[in-house]
Structure formats: C-alpha cells, structure tokens
Design a protein around this ligand. Structure first.
Ligand SMILES: [Fe+2]
Length: 204
C-alpha cells in the first residue's frame, strides 16, 4: 500500500480532528515521510512507525491535556485506545521529548508505562525524530536548520521550548541529519532518546 496523505487522512483523520489544520498537515506529512522509509525498519514494526508518525502530535489536542506536555498526553491517550507499546513509546519520546520533559521538571518515571524494549526501539525513535525535524509545522519538507530556526523564532527566548532547543541544538541537528541505516544502530547509542538517559547521562 502507498501511504500518501489521502490514505493516512482516511485512516487516522478521526483521531486528528481536534488538531489545527496546520498541525494535521504536519502530522500527515511526517506519516508519509516515515512510511517512505519504513522499509528500513524490521517488518513487524513498520505499521507502528507509520502510525506513530501520523499521531505523534495528537497530544496537542486540548481535550487530551493531562500532564500538560503533548508527548506524554498523546502517549497516554493512545495507550488508553489500545495502541501498541511501540507506538506509545515513539509518541512519548519523539524529538528529544525526554530532555524537554526534564527541562520542564516533569518526573521521568511518567514515561515508564510507554517505553518499549523492542530491539529496534532506539532506531525507531531516531527515525521519527528525523522525520519530525525535517518537516515544517505546515507539512513542507525543510532542513533541520530551517526547522530549528523556525522554532526559535516562534518561541520567546524565555520560553522553555526556546531554551531547550538552544541547549540541545547540536544534538537536534545530528538527529535531523542523514539517517544511518538500521544495521549501524550501534552508532546511535550516544543519541538515545530515553528520558532516564537524558537526565542521568547526557544533561550535564
Ligand atoms: Fe511534530
């Protein structure tokens, strides 16, 4: 099956309905992007990757606000709907969410119910983050540099998002750069996106 925007909208549009039209466009574009490279990941998790790509920002829906942090709110909602642990993990951890949570003073144990131990989990996290960092807020392809600059312009320098992105700009740039192949996974270890790692090992 070819996962273009229309197919993904037909499949997930009801879940995205409460997001802004712009964020829906972004979500569908990220879904299309990860679908196009899903052949890179083990076959058993390809559907999960596409699902997480489309739904990674669902936690922005005001109705889902619980923790007040969209990756966790999205994962919480999708877990309640019965989505797989892999999908919930990817939504919870996408694009350095663990580090942003730490910057916000959010208890990292809140991620625990969603973290997957699938052998490809770290690569899947990296793949979704790569797609998110190369897709503009309205769903256009952009470079990671354009993406970061846009975020920094959109958020006031005092905002936690601005400070988080500034602090981790180098890591975000590497995450949004060329995606290694899965068989070079060992090279990803310094960039693991798990919250516990973020807090304990790399946030000095
Ligand atoms: Fe996104």
């Amino acid at each position: 099956m070819i996962f273009n925007r229309d197919v993904l909208r037909a499949r997930y549009g009801d879940l995205l309905a409460e997001l802004s039209p712009q964020r829906i466009d972004h979500s569908l574009a990220v879904g299309v992007t990860v679908a196009a490279i899903a052949y890179r990941v083990p076959v058993g998790v390809r559907s999960d990757l596409v699902t997480a790509g489309v739904l990674h920002d669902i936690g922005y829906s005001p109705r889902l606000a619980h923790h007040g942090f969209h990756p966790l709110d999205g994962a919480r909602h999708l877990a309640a709907l019965g989505f797989s642990r892999t999908v919930c993990d990817l939504v919870a951890t996408h694009t350095l969410a663990g580090r942003e949570a730490a910057a916000r003073g959010i208890d990292p144990s809140l991620f625990d119910p969603y973290i997957s131990d699938h052998p490809a989990a770290d690569y899947l996290r990296r793949t979704l983050s790569w797609a998110d960092l190369n897709t503009s807020p309205s769903g256009q392809p952009v470079t990671v540099h354009q993406r970061i600059d846009e975020i920094l312009k959109r958020y006031h320098p005092d905002d936690v998002v601005h400070r988080h992105v500034t602090r981790h700009r180098a890591l975000l740039t590497r995450l949004g750069g060329p995606l290694p192949s899965f068989d070079r996974e060992e090279q990803l270890s310094p960039y693991t996106l798990l919250p516990a790692y973020c807090v304990s090992a790399h946030d000095a």
